[in-house]
Design a protein. Structure first.
Length: 116
């Protein structure tokens, strides 16, 4: 049986596995100094370790025709399906009209995913 090599990492004497003191960061840096905000008890809170996402450089804005197309396709698709079932289209109620209406509604949903 092969012998295990000793790990290059040392564990603390407490056996917890922590090598550096709690609150330090790699490279020997400690966190940024906390803002001088005093709590009612007079203590200064420590630096936050929560992740703050970067601010996006610019907002995406959709063209004005995108919501018009979206609502137009949804309404027209629903109208085709309703008129099909009322039998007002040539050829009475036909599955092809139903398919056209569903395709229009699907196009409206796809357009909705592109709206910012």
């Amino acid at each position: 049986m092969a012998e295990r090599k000793a790990s290059s990492r040392r564990t603390s004497r407490t056996g917890s596995g922590r090598v550096t003191p709690k609150g330090t960061k790699p490279g020997g840096r400690t966190g940024a100094p906390a803002a001088r905000v005093h709590t009612p008890s007079g203590q200064v809170p420590g630096a936050s370790t929560r992740y703050t996402p970067p601010i996006p450089p610019e907002e995406k804005v959709s063209a004005p025709w995108v919501p018009v197309l979206m609502f137009g396709l949804l309404a027209l698709g629903a109208l085709v399906i309703i008129v099909n079932y009322l039998g007002l289209l040539p050829g009475d109620a036909d599955n092809r009209y139903l398919l056209v209406g569903l395709v229009m509604i699907t196009g409206g949903f796809i357009t909705a995913t592109k709206y910012h």
